[in-house]
Design a protein around this ligand. Structure first.
Ligand code: GLV
Ligand code: MG
Length: 338
């Protein structure tokens, strides 16, 4: 029986990054499907072939009367298919719901050997992760599983945000965090009504360019999620786990979806949720570094030789810290190409 700790490779002395490292697996999109819907169950193998992570959703968006059908549908999908390199995840019901315990018990017992990660919603603090961790340890031992199931928490309450650092380090099973903007907005009493994305009222107005109060001025809509993503990314990076942006509910607005995903990518997130096939392609494009940026990063690394000192390249100063940034970009491009 392996312990979750065996999963993590200690970094070499002097390595730039955190205390432990999750083995790399492409994770640009967590694609949600509803296993209570027989059509989606039938389509799951086809969808799995085009995504990095396929997630059977048991929580919100599945009607209460369909919770058991969803659980059974996911068991069927996992038993009938081998998804190869594609990761299989589930989002279980919350720990205070009537279904959370049965979700964990059934799924680990029936398909624990197929499940890579369990996403736990509405995590409020490290105690929620401790509970899941101990329960998984028992269920894995009973089922004779050889590989620990990892845990991913959704940040979607003000209390969860407040405890974000402790959640990240609550167990060696922690794989990452997602931002859950819809529940978080409700819990914080924000005045939004959609799932993720911006709001036309959240903006900054430029001072009038000619000094007159009614003079010409531009208006810039702001990112409602900037602070939250930044806080989540720091907590994850410090703990060596992976940050993800969550859902973008306006499926038709592919442009704004791409902007939201790109903001998250630029701030350090590794992926986002996809709720519809159009969002799979957006996530793939956004969370894979742009080839032009990779070429530029490679040129900086080469020009910097041993990586120390300073150079001017195209009028811009580059030094040891720019080499480290460029290495992030180049190594992600290599990992995704493998
Ligand atoms: C996701 O679960 C969200 O609440 O945004
Ligand atoms: Mg939610």
């Amino acid at each position: 029986m392996h312990s979750p700790r065996d999963f993590y490779r200690p970094l070499a002395v002097g390595a730039p990054d955190p205390v432990r490292e999750i083995p790399f697996r492409p994770s640009r999109m967590i694609h949600f499907f509803d296993p209570s819907n027989p059509k989606m169950v039938a389509k799951a193998p086809q969808i799995a072939a085009g995504v990095d992570i396929l997630l059977g959703n048991l929580e919100d968006a599945v009607k209460s009367e369909n919770k058991e059908a969803a659980r059974a549908g996911l068991v069927q999908v996992a038993k009938e298919n081998d998804f190869g390199e594609t990761q299989l995840w589930t989002r279980v019901n919350s720990l205070d719901s009537p279904w959370g315990l049965d979700d964990l018990t059934t799924l680990v017992t029936e398909i624990g050997d197929k499940l890579d990660v369990i996403m736990v919603p509405k995590v409020e603090g490290p105690e929620d992760i401790h509970y899941v961790d101990r329960l998984l340890a028992q269920l894995e031992a009973k089922a004779g599983l050889q590989r620990p199931i990892l845990v991913h928490a959704i940040l979607e309450t003000a209390r969860g945000m407040t405890n974000v650092e402790d959640i990240c380090t609550a167990s060696p099973r922690m794989q990452g965090l997602s931002l859950g903007p819809a529940d978080l907005a409700a819990n914080r009493r924000m005045k939004t009504t959609r799932v993720g994305g911006g709001h036309p009222g959240y903006l900054v107005r430029q001072d009038p360019t000619d000094g007159a109060i009614d003079g010409p001025r531009s208006v810039y809509q702001q990112d409602l999620w900037h602070y939250t993503i930044g806080r989540m990314v720091d907590a994850c990076a410090a703990a060596g786990i992976l940050p993800f942006y969550g859902p973008f509910g306006d499926i038709k607005d592919v442009v704004a979806c791409e902007d939201q995903f790109r903001n998250a990518f630029l701030l350090g997130c590794v992926g986002a949720w996809s709720l519809h096939p159009v969002q799979i392609e957006i996530a793939k494009r956004v969370f894979s570094p742009d080839p032009a940026d990779v070429l530029h990063a490679q040129a900086v690394i080469e020009a910097m030789g041993d990586g120390s000192g300073a150079l001017m390249i195209d009028g811009k100063m580059e030094d040891d810290a720019s080499v480290k940034q460029c290495q992030v970009m180049v190594s992600l491009a290599h990992q995704l190409a493998e």
